[in-house]
Design a protein around this ligand. Structure first.
Ligand SMILES: Cc1cc2nc3c(=O)[nH]c(=O)nc-3n(C[C@H](O)[C@H](O)[C@H](O)COP(=O)(O)O)c2cc1C
Length: 356
Protein backbone atom coordinates (compact mmCIF):
# COMPACT_ATOMS: atom_id res chain seq x y z
CA UNK A 1 0.00 0.00 0.00
CA UNK A 2 1.44 3.32 -1.05
CA UNK A 3 0.51 5.24 2.12
CA UNK A 4 1.93 2.57 4.43
CA UNK A 5 5.56 1.88 5.29
CA UNK A 6 7.51 -0.50 7.50
CA UNK A 7 7.24 -4.08 8.66
CA UNK A 8 8.22 -4.20 12.34
CA UNK A 9 6.80 -0.77 13.02
CA UNK A 10 4.27 -0.04 10.34
CA UNK A 11 2.85 3.40 9.65
CA UNK A 12 -0.27 4.28 7.63
CA UNK A 13 -0.85 7.93 6.78
CA UNK A 14 -4.35 9.26 6.05
CA UNK A 15 -6.09 12.50 5.08
CA UNK A 16 -5.64 15.30 2.57
CA UNK A 17 -4.43 18.87 2.80
CA UNK A 18 -8.00 20.25 3.00
CA UNK A 19 -9.89 17.29 4.51
CA UNK A 20 -11.19 17.66 8.05
CA UNK A 21 -8.01 16.20 9.46
CA UNK A 22 -4.87 14.26 8.62
CA UNK A 23 -3.23 11.60 10.71
CA UNK A 24 -1.28 8.41 11.14
CA UNK A 25 -1.59 4.94 12.62
CA UNK A 26 1.65 3.52 14.00
CA UNK A 27 1.39 -0.22 14.56
CA UNK A 28 4.01 -2.29 16.38
CA UNK A 29 5.24 0.17 19.02
CA UNK A 30 6.08 -1.96 22.06
CA UNK A 31 4.06 -1.42 25.23
CA UNK A 32 5.59 0.34 28.21
CA UNK A 33 7.36 3.24 26.47
CA UNK A 34 6.91 6.58 28.21
CA UNK A 35 6.57 9.19 25.49
CA UNK A 36 7.66 12.77 26.08
CA UNK A 37 4.73 14.63 24.49
CA UNK A 38 6.40 18.06 24.88
CA UNK A 39 9.34 16.80 22.87
CA UNK A 40 6.99 15.51 20.17
CA UNK A 41 5.22 18.91 20.05
CA UNK A 42 8.54 20.78 19.82
CA UNK A 43 9.63 18.52 16.97
CA UNK A 44 6.37 19.05 15.09
CA UNK A 45 6.60 22.81 15.59
CA UNK A 46 9.84 22.81 13.56
CA UNK A 47 7.80 21.76 10.49
CA UNK A 48 4.56 23.64 11.20
CA UNK A 49 3.58 26.32 8.65
CA UNK A 50 2.87 30.03 8.95
CA UNK A 51 5.66 31.10 11.26
CA UNK A 52 8.12 33.02 9.09
CA UNK A 53 8.75 34.66 5.70
CA UNK A 54 10.07 31.47 4.08
CA UNK A 55 6.97 29.46 4.98
CA UNK A 56 3.44 29.42 3.56
CA UNK A 57 1.09 31.87 5.32
CA UNK A 58 -1.30 28.99 6.09
CA UNK A 59 -1.58 28.86 9.88
CA UNK A 60 -1.98 25.44 11.48
CA UNK A 61 -1.31 24.64 15.14
CA UNK A 62 -0.37 21.05 14.23
CA UNK A 63 -1.25 19.69 17.64
CA UNK A 64 -1.78 15.92 17.44
CA UNK A 65 -4.75 14.38 19.24
CA UNK A 66 -3.90 10.87 20.36
CA UNK A 67 -6.87 8.61 19.68
CA UNK A 68 -5.39 5.31 20.84
CA UNK A 69 -2.26 3.48 21.89
CA UNK A 70 -1.31 5.51 24.99
CA UNK A 71 -2.58 5.27 28.57
CA UNK A 72 -1.28 7.81 31.12
CA UNK A 73 1.50 8.86 28.73
CA UNK A 74 2.77 5.28 28.28
CA UNK A 75 2.31 3.12 25.17
CA UNK A 76 -0.05 0.22 25.79
CA UNK A 77 0.74 -2.01 22.79
CA UNK A 78 -2.38 -1.05 20.79
CA UNK A 79 -1.82 0.82 17.49
CA UNK A 80 -0.90 4.44 18.17
CA UNK A 81 -3.22 6.75 16.25
CA UNK A 82 -2.76 10.52 16.05
CA UNK A 83 -5.10 12.97 14.33
CA UNK A 84 -4.13 16.52 13.35
CA UNK A 85 -6.95 18.95 12.53
CA UNK A 86 -6.86 21.01 9.35
CA UNK A 87 -8.24 24.41 10.27
CA UNK A 88 -6.99 27.05 7.82
CA UNK A 89 -7.94 25.81 4.36
CA UNK A 90 -8.61 28.21 1.45
CA UNK A 91 -10.03 25.64 -0.94
CA UNK A 92 -11.35 28.09 -3.56
CA UNK A 93 -7.73 29.04 -4.43
CA UNK A 94 -7.44 25.60 -6.02
CA UNK A 95 -10.71 25.34 -8.02
CA UNK A 96 -9.22 26.16 -11.43
CA UNK A 97 -6.37 23.67 -10.99
CA UNK A 98 -8.74 20.78 -11.73
CA UNK A 99 -8.59 21.78 -15.39
CA UNK A 100 -5.31 23.75 -15.36
CA UNK A 101 -2.64 21.52 -13.76
CA UNK A 102 0.30 23.29 -12.15
CA UNK A 103 3.62 22.72 -13.92
CA UNK A 104 5.83 20.37 -11.86
CA UNK A 105 3.16 19.70 -9.22
CA UNK A 106 1.28 16.39 -8.92
CA UNK A 107 -2.02 17.75 -10.36
CA UNK A 108 -1.72 16.31 -13.88
CA UNK A 109 -0.26 12.93 -12.85
CA UNK A 110 -2.90 12.54 -10.11
CA UNK A 111 -5.69 13.53 -12.52
CA UNK A 112 -4.64 10.78 -14.95
CA UNK A 113 -4.07 8.18 -12.23
CA UNK A 114 -7.38 8.81 -10.42
CA UNK A 115 -9.52 9.56 -13.49
CA UNK A 116 -10.09 13.14 -12.37
CA UNK A 117 -11.43 12.15 -8.92
CA UNK A 118 -8.25 13.31 -7.15
CA UNK A 119 -8.67 15.93 -4.42
CA UNK A 120 -7.08 19.02 -5.95
CA UNK A 121 -7.60 21.21 -2.85
CA UNK A 122 -4.19 22.14 -1.45
CA UNK A 123 -2.62 19.31 -3.44
CA UNK A 124 -4.83 16.68 -1.72
CA UNK A 125 -2.81 13.78 -0.36
CA UNK A 126 0.23 14.84 -2.41
CA UNK A 127 0.60 17.95 -0.25
CA UNK A 128 3.61 18.80 1.90
CA UNK A 129 1.03 18.92 4.69
CA UNK A 130 1.09 15.11 4.77
CA UNK A 131 4.54 15.35 6.33
CA UNK A 132 2.97 16.55 9.63
CA UNK A 133 1.79 13.02 10.58
CA UNK A 134 5.17 11.66 9.43
CA UNK A 135 6.82 14.07 11.86
CA UNK A 136 4.57 12.83 14.68
CA UNK A 137 5.51 9.17 14.05
CA UNK A 138 9.15 10.11 13.42
CA UNK A 139 9.32 11.95 16.75
CA UNK A 140 8.04 8.82 18.50
CA UNK A 141 10.57 6.64 16.65
CA UNK A 142 13.36 9.07 17.54
CA UNK A 143 12.59 8.78 21.25
CA UNK A 144 12.92 4.99 21.01
CA UNK A 145 16.17 5.27 19.01
CA UNK A 146 17.64 7.83 21.43
CA UNK A 147 17.12 5.35 24.27
CA UNK A 148 19.46 3.07 22.29
CA UNK A 149 22.04 5.83 21.87
CA UNK A 150 21.13 6.54 18.23
CA UNK A 151 20.88 10.21 17.30
CA UNK A 152 19.60 11.72 14.05
CA UNK A 153 20.14 15.32 12.96
CA UNK A 154 19.87 17.26 9.71
CA UNK A 155 20.68 20.75 8.51
CA UNK A 156 20.34 22.98 5.48
CA UNK A 157 23.41 22.16 3.37
CA UNK A 158 22.56 24.77 0.76
CA UNK A 159 19.75 26.95 -0.53
CA UNK A 160 19.83 28.80 -3.86
CA UNK A 161 23.52 27.97 -4.20
CA UNK A 162 24.52 29.46 -0.81
CA UNK A 163 26.31 26.75 1.16
CA UNK A 164 26.49 25.86 4.84
CA UNK A 165 29.45 23.77 6.11
CA UNK A 166 29.05 20.01 5.85
CA UNK A 167 29.10 17.51 8.70
CA UNK A 168 32.56 16.09 9.37
CA UNK A 169 31.77 12.54 8.17
CA UNK A 170 34.12 10.92 10.72
CA UNK A 171 33.73 13.07 13.81
CA UNK A 172 30.10 14.23 13.63
CA UNK A 173 28.66 13.57 17.07
CA UNK A 174 25.38 13.51 18.96
CA UNK A 175 26.00 16.93 20.56
CA UNK A 176 26.40 18.68 17.20
CA UNK A 177 23.29 16.93 15.86
CA UNK A 178 21.30 18.01 18.89
CA UNK A 179 22.62 21.55 18.64
CA UNK A 180 21.91 22.00 14.91
CA UNK A 181 18.46 20.38 15.15
CA UNK A 182 17.38 22.71 17.91
CA UNK A 183 17.95 25.82 15.76
CA UNK A 184 14.97 27.58 14.23
CA UNK A 185 16.94 27.83 10.96
CA UNK A 186 19.16 24.76 11.10
CA UNK A 187 22.63 25.67 9.84
CA UNK A 188 26.04 24.59 11.13
CA UNK A 189 27.53 27.94 10.09
CA UNK A 190 25.02 30.61 11.15
CA UNK A 191 27.01 33.30 9.31
CA UNK A 192 25.36 32.28 5.99
CA UNK A 193 21.83 32.63 7.38
CA UNK A 194 21.20 36.22 6.25
CA UNK A 195 22.49 35.54 2.75
CA UNK A 196 20.20 32.52 2.42
CA UNK A 197 17.21 34.42 3.80
CA UNK A 198 17.79 37.25 1.33
CA UNK A 199 17.91 34.75 -1.59
CA UNK A 200 14.58 33.27 -0.45
CA UNK A 201 13.04 36.72 -0.01
CA UNK A 202 14.26 37.85 -3.44
CA UNK A 203 12.65 34.78 -5.03
CA UNK A 204 9.42 35.39 -3.10
CA UNK A 205 9.24 39.04 -4.17
CA UNK A 206 9.79 37.85 -7.75
CA UNK A 207 6.81 35.47 -7.45
CA UNK A 208 9.31 32.63 -7.69
CA UNK A 209 10.85 29.91 -5.48
CA UNK A 210 14.23 28.31 -4.69
CA UNK A 211 15.43 24.81 -3.78
CA UNK A 212 18.40 23.34 -1.98
CA UNK A 213 20.04 20.39 -0.27
CA UNK A 214 19.55 18.90 3.21
CA UNK A 215 22.30 16.87 4.86
CA UNK A 216 21.41 14.26 7.47
CA UNK A 217 23.65 12.26 9.81
CA UNK A 218 23.00 9.39 12.18
CA UNK A 219 25.37 8.54 15.02
CA UNK A 220 25.42 5.59 17.40
CA UNK A 221 24.35 2.93 14.92
CA UNK A 222 26.01 -0.41 15.58
CA UNK A 223 27.74 -2.23 12.71
CA UNK A 224 25.74 -4.97 11.00
CA UNK A 225 22.27 -3.42 10.50
CA UNK A 226 20.58 -3.85 7.13
CA UNK A 227 20.39 -6.64 4.59
CA UNK A 228 22.09 -7.09 1.24
CA UNK A 229 20.30 -6.34 -2.03
CA UNK A 230 16.79 -4.90 -1.60
CA UNK A 231 16.69 -4.23 2.15
CA UNK A 232 19.98 -2.43 2.51
CA UNK A 233 20.15 0.66 4.72
CA UNK A 234 20.42 2.87 1.61
CA UNK A 235 17.35 1.20 0.09
CA UNK A 236 15.21 1.55 3.20
CA UNK A 237 16.21 5.15 3.95
CA UNK A 238 15.70 6.16 0.29
CA UNK A 239 12.25 4.60 0.16
CA UNK A 240 11.23 6.57 3.25
CA UNK A 241 12.87 9.81 2.09
CA UNK A 242 11.00 9.84 -1.23
CA UNK A 243 7.72 9.87 0.70
CA UNK A 244 8.48 13.54 1.27
CA UNK A 245 7.17 15.57 -1.64
CA UNK A 246 9.70 17.69 -3.57
CA UNK A 247 12.68 15.42 -2.84
CA UNK A 248 14.37 14.67 -6.15
CA UNK A 249 17.73 13.11 -5.30
CA UNK A 250 19.73 11.36 -2.60
CA UNK A 251 23.42 10.57 -2.18
CA UNK A 252 25.17 8.63 0.58
CA UNK A 253 28.68 9.42 1.82
CA UNK A 254 30.63 11.30 -0.82
CA UNK A 255 27.87 10.30 -3.26
CA UNK A 256 28.29 11.38 -6.87
CA UNK A 257 31.78 12.76 -6.12
CA UNK A 258 33.08 9.16 -5.81
CA UNK A 259 32.70 8.83 -9.58
CA UNK A 260 35.67 11.18 -10.13
CA UNK A 261 38.03 9.50 -7.65
CA UNK A 262 40.49 6.63 -7.92
CA UNK A 263 39.91 3.63 -5.67
CA UNK A 264 42.96 4.65 -3.65
CA UNK A 265 41.36 8.07 -3.01
CA UNK A 266 37.86 6.79 -2.36
CA UNK A 267 38.62 3.78 -0.13
CA UNK A 268 38.32 4.22 3.63
CA UNK A 269 41.19 2.47 5.46
CA UNK A 270 40.11 0.41 8.44
CA UNK A 271 41.74 1.30 11.76
CA UNK A 272 41.33 0.39 15.43
CA UNK A 273 39.92 3.14 17.66
CA UNK A 274 39.52 2.41 21.39
CA UNK A 275 39.68 -1.33 20.65
CA UNK A 276 36.94 -1.12 17.99
CA UNK A 277 37.23 -1.43 14.20
CA UNK A 278 36.39 1.91 12.57
CA UNK A 279 37.58 3.70 9.42
CA UNK A 280 40.01 6.55 8.92
CA UNK A 281 37.73 8.33 6.46
CA UNK A 282 34.03 7.95 5.72
CA UNK A 283 33.47 8.30 1.99
CA UNK A 284 31.17 5.27 2.26
CA UNK A 285 28.76 7.23 4.48
CA UNK A 286 28.54 4.51 7.13
CA UNK A 287 27.09 1.86 4.81
CA UNK A 288 28.96 -0.97 3.05
CA UNK A 289 27.08 -3.64 1.10
CA UNK A 290 23.84 -2.15 2.38
CA UNK A 291 24.97 -2.83 5.97
CA UNK A 292 26.04 -0.33 8.63
CA UNK A 293 29.80 -0.17 9.23
CA UNK A 294 29.64 1.62 12.65
CA UNK A 295 30.75 4.89 11.04
CA UNK A 296 28.16 7.72 11.07
CA UNK A 297 25.54 7.32 8.36
CA UNK A 298 25.60 10.46 6.19
CA UNK A 299 23.38 11.35 3.28
CA UNK A 300 22.17 14.40 1.38
CA UNK A 301 18.88 15.02 -0.41
CA UNK A 302 18.04 17.48 -3.17
CA UNK A 303 14.86 19.52 -2.66
CA UNK A 304 13.37 21.13 -5.73
CA UNK A 305 12.12 24.73 -5.80
CA UNK A 306 8.46 24.93 -4.78
CA UNK A 307 6.41 24.22 -7.91
CA UNK A 308 3.60 26.67 -7.03
CA UNK A 309 4.99 30.06 -7.99
CA UNK A 310 3.01 33.18 -8.78
CA UNK A 311 4.83 34.03 -12.02
CA UNK A 312 2.61 33.29 -15.05
CA UNK A 313 3.34 29.83 -16.50
CA UNK A 314 2.02 27.82 -19.43
CA UNK A 315 -0.13 24.74 -18.96
CA UNK A 316 -2.75 22.73 -20.86
CA UNK A 317 -6.48 23.09 -20.23
CA UNK A 318 -7.56 19.47 -19.68
CA UNK A 319 -11.14 20.17 -20.85
CA UNK A 320 -10.45 22.16 -24.01
CA UNK A 321 -7.04 20.59 -24.76
CA UNK A 322 -5.58 24.02 -25.52
CA UNK A 323 -2.51 25.76 -24.12
CA UNK A 324 -3.37 28.34 -21.49
CA UNK A 325 -1.57 30.73 -19.21
CA UNK A 326 -1.82 29.89 -15.49
CA UNK A 327 -1.38 32.30 -12.60
CA UNK A 328 -1.38 30.30 -9.35
CA UNK A 329 -3.15 31.75 -6.33
CA UNK A 330 -2.96 30.62 -2.74
CA UNK A 331 -0.30 30.52 -0.08
CA UNK A 332 2.91 28.65 -0.82
CA UNK A 333 6.37 28.19 0.68
CA UNK A 334 8.88 30.20 -1.39
CA UNK A 335 11.40 27.56 -0.23
CA UNK A 336 10.53 24.11 1.09
CA UNK A 337 14.01 23.26 2.41
CA UNK A 338 13.85 24.63 6.03
CA UNK A 339 10.52 22.92 6.77
CA UNK A 340 11.68 19.69 5.13
CA UNK A 341 14.66 19.34 7.51
CA UNK A 342 12.67 17.78 10.40
CA UNK A 343 10.74 15.69 7.84
CA UNK A 344 14.01 14.10 6.71
CA UNK A 345 14.96 13.37 10.32
CA UNK A 346 11.50 11.86 10.92
CA UNK A 347 11.48 9.46 7.97
CA UNK A 348 15.08 8.45 8.72
CA UNK A 349 13.97 7.45 12.21
CA UNK A 350 11.02 5.50 10.77
CA UNK A 351 13.34 3.70 8.35
CA UNK A 352 15.98 2.84 10.97
CA UNK A 353 13.54 1.66 13.61
CA UNK A 354 12.52 -1.07 11.17
CA UNK A 355 16.13 -2.25 10.82
CA UNK A 356 16.82 -2.56 14.54
C1 LIG B 1 7.11 20.79 3.93
C2 LIG B 1 6.68 20.89 2.48
C3 LIG B 1 5.97 22.00 2.06
C4 LIG B 1 5.57 22.12 0.72
N1 LIG B 1 4.89 23.25 0.36
C5 LIG B 1 4.53 23.39 -0.94
C6 LIG B 1 3.82 24.56 -1.35
O1 LIG B 1 3.55 25.46 -0.56
N2 LIG B 1 3.47 24.66 -2.65
C7 LIG B 1 3.79 23.69 -3.57
O2 LIG B 1 3.47 23.82 -4.74
N3 LIG B 1 4.47 22.59 -3.20
C8 LIG B 1 4.83 22.41 -1.92
N4 LIG B 1 5.51 21.27 -1.55
C9 LIG B 1 5.93 20.30 -2.59
C10 LIG B 1 4.82 19.57 -3.29
O3 LIG B 1 3.97 18.92 -2.38
C11 LIG B 1 5.40 18.58 -4.32
O4 LIG B 1 6.33 19.22 -5.14
C12 LIG B 1 4.32 17.97 -5.19
O5 LIG B 1 3.47 17.17 -4.40
C13 LIG B 1 4.88 17.11 -6.32
O6 LIG B 1 5.66 16.06 -5.83
P1 LIG B 1 7.19 15.90 -6.27
O7 LIG B 1 7.78 17.26 -6.25
O8 LIG B 1 7.79 14.97 -5.27
O9 LIG B 1 7.19 15.34 -7.66
C14 LIG B 1 5.90 21.11 -0.22
C15 LIG B 1 6.62 19.98 0.22
C16 LIG B 1 7.02 19.88 1.55
C17 LIG B 1 7.83 18.69 1.99
Amino acid sequence: MSCSFGEKIKISVFGQSHSEAIGIVVDGIPAGIKLDMDKISRFMARRAPGKNAYSTKRKEADIPTIISGIVDGITCGAPLCAVIKNSDQHSKDYSKLKTLPRPSHSDFAAYVKHNGFNDIRGGGNFSGRMTAPLCFAGAVAMQILEEKGIRIGAHIEKIAGVKDSRFDPVNVNADLLKDVSSKEFPLIDDSVKEKILSKIEAARLDGDSVGGVIECAVTGLPAGLGEPMFDGVENVISRAVFAIPAIKGIEFGNGFDCADLRGSENNDDFIITDGKITAKTNNHGGILGGITSSMPVIFRVAVKPTPSISKPQMTVNLETMTQEELVIEGRHDPCIVPRAVPCIEAVTALALINLI
